[in-house]
Structure formats: structure tokens, C-alpha cells
Write a protein that binds this ligand. Structure first.
Ligand code: MRU
Length: 365
């Protein structure tokens, strides 16, 4: 998507330099910085410390990390070290393991001498596919937004609430939850987006930055405001992304998503989840019981972070000295609270049956 008029992806292979580039998201929305990732350790740190974040982007970054490793040492042992190192960075988004498994399946049968070039091609293909998938999600989500717009007085914006950043920064391009918003905007349908700040990492600030760059009307709200806005008829639909959705349609996403789904349900407001198929974990049946939830550093909660003088990231304690924080980073919304899943193949019910209508080839896995 565009930044100050220029088109960017969140990760790309720079042909001229022969290097992988990312947008370093630690500095956004204050500063737009591009950095190069080279060593396996750099790729692992970039994922773990959230220089890149968002389920699809984490997967694509891991694939580029494998490619880098294969260009240095393409032995089986080297691949396994890279697989384990990258897989250990963050536990919840299934796209990470999906990308690593895809690399393993494609590269391991090859002679070691052929792995480096194939790994690079594969990483680029995974990134390109993500862009196409998210564009398709946007087209299907646009149909839903169009339907909502048709029920409203002409010219009134469709008011959407979103949580976290499921925007183009969280994917390679377009975003998942934001792709329908961008498509609607381009189609001339007015939208207004309520953006949850998403404490403690404030991914909502990234969403606000994205929407602002594209001229989409939005307001940044505290996480607890959503229920109030819904009660007062100020939200037409909720659209979020997801880090892992089960074969039954239970949705794991950024902490606080579940509460938004409960509030939407109580107020009769549709709650949609936008997802690329690599985010579906076909092996998990019970999302609440089986999905590992990342527990992050308590300092993210006991302190607030911001960019201070001279663009240094700093944090300030908000709790009494000694107060312990708890920081589960994701939660699971049961499928009964989800109105529909917006995938690259269309919109379906959040259930095993619903997913089987779009992905019949996976129905018996
Ligand atoms: O902890 P993060 O910032 O990596 O979490 C990101 C999210 O939860 C997104 O909403 C999710 O990946 C949606 S898919 C683009």
C-alpha cells in the first residue's frame, strides 16, 4: 500500500542489493524506517521482538529467514537449526509453522546444491501469494460492506470497528481486516473505522497510521469503548483478523477480541473475521483448550511505551513499584460468536461445515 504516495510491501527482496528488506514497525507510527535482515539471528529477533508482526507477515518473514540460511549453508542440519530457531520465536500465529513446514516440504527432497535458489523463489512466492490472497479477501469483504451500505441512508458511512492491526503492515500487503475497508474506499463507499488502541502494544496506532495514509475516516478509541459504541448504535459491523482459526471456526486473535465479540453478540451486530487460509489450523479442534497463548513480558503492561525525545523508545511505569503484570497476548473467540469468516475463497459460516464448503479438500483432515 502507499506511504506518502510510494508503494511499499511490509517485506520484500531487493533485487539490486540482493537483500531482504522490512519496514521496522517498532518505530511506527512516528518514523518510517526500512532495515535489512541478513543472519538467522536477525530474522529471529525481528519476529520475536516485533520489528515485524501480524500472522501472515510472520510467516513470510520466516520463509525469507530460511532462504537466507540456505544461502549460507544448505545442509539438512542447517535447515533444522533455522526451522527450530524461527519456530520458537512466537507461539500463537500458525502462519509461522505453516510457512516453515512448506519450506521443509519443498526444500528437503532437493539436493543441497539446489536449495538456496529454490528457497529464495519460495519465499518470494509465499509473499506474492499473501498479497493475492488478501486482495481476494478484500473483494469478498467489499460485498458485505456494500450490503450494509445499501441498507443505510445514501452517503452515510458504514461504521466498522476493528481490533489490533490486521492491516497491510501485518501482512505482506492489503491486510486482512483492512482489505475490505481499502476496497470499499476505492469503490467510493464511505467507511468510518473505530480503531481499538489494543493495549499493551497499541497496534491500533499502526492501523490509524495506515488508514490515515489512505485517507480513510477513523477514530482511535480505548479498548473498553467498543461496547458503549455498539450499545449506542454507532457500529454497523466488526471486522478483525486472526492469528489462528481452528477447523471448527474458533478464532484466536489479539487479546480483547473475545470481549468485542461478546459485545457485538449482545447488540446484534455482525462480527466478521478476515483470514487467509494459511491461518487455519486444521489440526486443532478446540481453540480454547488447544491453542498456545503467548504470554509476553509483564513490563509491556506495568509500563506505557512511547517515542520520546530524539526518537528513542522509552517506557514509563504506571503501576506501583512491585506490582506484577499479566500479559496474555491473544484470546479465543468461540465460533458461536462469529457471524462469518471472510477468506480468499469467499465468506462462510464459522464452523466445520462452513469451512468445508470453501475448502472441501480439507474437510476430512
Ligand atoms: O502481536 P501481533 O501484533 O503480531 O498480533 C497481530 C494480530 O493479532 C493481528 O490482529 C493478526 O495477526 C491478524 S492477521 C493480519
Amino acid at each position: 500500500m502507499k506511504v506518502k504516495g510510494d508503494h511499499y510491501r511490509s517485506i520484500w527482496w531487493d533485487d539490486a542489493a540482493g537483500e531482504v528488506r522490512i519496514i521496522d514497525q517498532r518505530w511506527l507510527p512516528h518514523e518510517f524506517r526500512i532495515v535489512t535482515l541478513d543472519t538467522l539471528e536477525e530474522f529471529a529477533v525481528a519476529i520475536r521482538d516485533m520489528w515485524v508482526r501480524g500472522a501472515p507477515l510472520i510467516g513470510a518473514t520466516a520463509a525469507f529467514g530460511i532462504a537466507g540460511q540456505m544461502s549460507r549453508d544448505s545442509s539438512d542440519a542447517s535447515f533444522e537449526v533455522a526451522y527450530d530457531t524461527l519456530n520458537a520465536t512466537r507461539p500463537t500465529a500458525i502462519n509461522l509453522k505453516w510457512a516453515l513446514d512448506r519450506c521443509r516440504g519443498a526444500l528437503m527432497p532437493l539436493p543441497a546444491s539446489e536449495r538456496a535458489s529454490h528457497a529464495r523463489q519460495l519465499a518470494r512466492a509465499i509473499a506474492d501469494e499473501d498479497v493475492d490472497i488478501n486482495a481476494a479477501i478484500g473483494r469478498h469483504g467489499l460485498d458485505l460492506i456494500r450490503e450494509i451500505a445499501a441498507r443505510k441512508p445514501k452517503g452515510e458511512p458504514v461504521r466498522l470497528l476493528t481490533h489490533c492491526n490486521a492491516g497491510w503492515l501485518a501482512t505482506v500487503d492489503w491486510g486482512t481486516a483492512t482489505s475490505p475497508m481499502y476496497h470499499a474506499h476505492e469503490a467510493g463507499i464511505p467507511v468510518h473505522v473505530w480503531v481499538d488502541e489494543t493495549r499493551p502494544r497499541n497496534q491500533g496506532a499502526l492501523t490509524s497510521w495506515e488508514l490515515g495514509e489512505h485517507g480513510i475516516s477513523h477514530r482511535y478509541i480505548v479498548d473498553n469503548a467498543g461496547g458503549h459504541l455498539m450499545q449506542h448504535g454507532l457500529v454497523d459491523a466488526v471486522i478483525t483478523g486472526t492469528d489462528r482459526t481452528t477447523a471448527q471456526g474458533d478464532v484466536c486473535n489479539k487479546i480483547g477480541t473475545y470481549l468485542k465479540a461478546l459485545a457485538a453478540h449482545d447488540n446484534g451486530i455482525p462480527f466478521y473475521v478476515a483470514l487467509p487460509s494459511p491461518t487455519i489450523d486444521w489440526t486443532v479442534r478446540d481453540g480454547v483448550a488447544e491453542i498456545p497463548i503467548e504470554e509476553r513480558d509483564q513490563r509491556e503492561v506495568t509500563h506505557v511505551m512511547g517515542v520520546a525525545e530524539e526518537n528513542t523508545v522509552s517506557d514509563v511505569r504506571v503501576t506501583p513499584e512491585g506490582t506484577e503484570g499479566g500479559n496474555p497476548a491473544f484470546d479465543v473467540t468461540p465460533n458461536r460468536l462469529v457471524t462469518g469468516l471472510i477468506t480468499e475463497r469467499g465468506v462462510c459460516e464459522a464452523s466445520a461445515e462452513g469451512l468445508a464448503t470453501l475448502f472441501p479438500e480439507r474437510a476430512d483432515t
